[in-house]
Design a protein around this ligand. Sequence first.
Ligand SMILES: Cc1cc2nc3c(=O)[nH]c(=O)nc-3n(C[C@H](O)[C@H](O)[C@H](O)COP(=O)(O)O)c2cc1C
Ligand SMILES: [Mn+2]
Length: 435
Amino acid sequence: MFKDMREYLQMLDENGYLDRRSEEIALEEIPYQLELQEKNGNTVIFDNIKGYKYGLFNNVFGRREYLAMAFGCEKEKVVDIFGERMEERVKPVMVEDAPVQEVVLNPGEFDIREFPFIQHGQNDAGRYITGGMVIAKDPETGVRNLSFNRMQLKGPDKTGLRMSPTQDLETYYRKAVAMGKPLEIAVVIGAHPMCLLAAACGPPRGVDELDIAGALRGEPIELVKCKTIDMEVPAYAEVILEGKILPDEMEEEGPFGDFQEFYIEVMKNHVLHIGCVTMRKDPMIQVIRAGSRDDVTLLGSPREAQIKRQLESMNIDVTAINIMITGNYLTCAIAVRKQYELEVKNALMAAFGSFKFLKNCIIVDHDVDVFDPADIFWAMSTRLSAEKGIMIVPNAMGFGRDKYGIHTTKLGIDATAPFNQWDEFERVRVYRPEA
Ligand SMILES: Cc1cc2nc3c(=O)[nH]c(=O)nc-3n(C[C@H](O)[C@H](O)[C@H](O)COP(=O)(O)O)c2cc1C
Ligand SMILES: [Mn+2]
């Protein structure tokens, strides 16, 4: 598979999926342009931003075809390949020569605000690092962890950093605090797409997600030693920020528009101090809007794979799955080839059991297109009997930031036709003489 993000972008370009926008543009104009780009589906590079030396890119997972191209498979097979590889482990390898260290900037020589990080939401507190993948090491075991964390720009070498209490990173941080030490982290910008996907997998603690990145890629990820901290980072990334989070230093951060398209209010969060920046000679910055196609692909792909595998282990014949319909991975549509009348309820329970944030799940027959919301509504209109087909499970664990208890009730919908009545429920296809 391609070596790095650049080769991936090149692959997209060769297939007509990359828009290189070279007209001069103000940084402030870019967020709206990104929204338009997302609607058109193409990946985009802005390489002529007024007042900024470097470019930025976005929408790297704009269409499902992109991952199919990456894995060299049909679009429908991505979820299976993802599921298989996610269970495998391929350890990284160390290298000496790293493009990401072509330029090394020490304190006083850099100002992170000179990179084209943008303000995404109208009421966001300001510019944020949104495509930054954090690498940290467990202070006790040394096991590495990958995660995403939003970082509010606060100075030349300082950002706010949000880690939720359920993140492995937060566990690492608490261990460091207990040992009276700062937690060293590296922020990676423009890592291999498979690294980014691995970072969002959230496997059980103790698994090095770089091993998953290697497995997804089918080849080890090349790492290089950091210059100022005890950390290894992807050698072919674009930019690395080497830094540390000090014990008990908290500052106000936010507001920030999150993936549900609500603003998270101002709160006390951690602070990152950056001691060194390394980068390519001509780095590009990746930005990822919360709730965007990129965001939901990162977080949704592993969950689709995991739910599908769970259902298949119960002999449910899953023909398609889409957890990205609503742009936030809280609602999933699954198509099945039904084998028993009542198995759909079991499938719904299993789906909720295998991914705890999942709030709504709708199961349709194999002839319904789970990638087309209108088709899902068609199935509800024509095949759902609400009395029999609706399942409500109150008081279950769901997405955590939930002041109003919106996420603790699961809604399961069985919108499949009655079993063995296919003669009556087969869909009308348009007449064609040869069919
Ligand atoms: C673009 C993006 C931004 C994210 N931002 C944050 C964040 O600011 N804070 C957080 O706790 N999780 C954030 N997440 C979710 C976590 O990074 C993700 O769940 C990750 O798997 C956590 O890994 P860990 O449990 O191994 O630490 C983000 C995810 C994505 C894709
Ligand atoms: Mn982890």
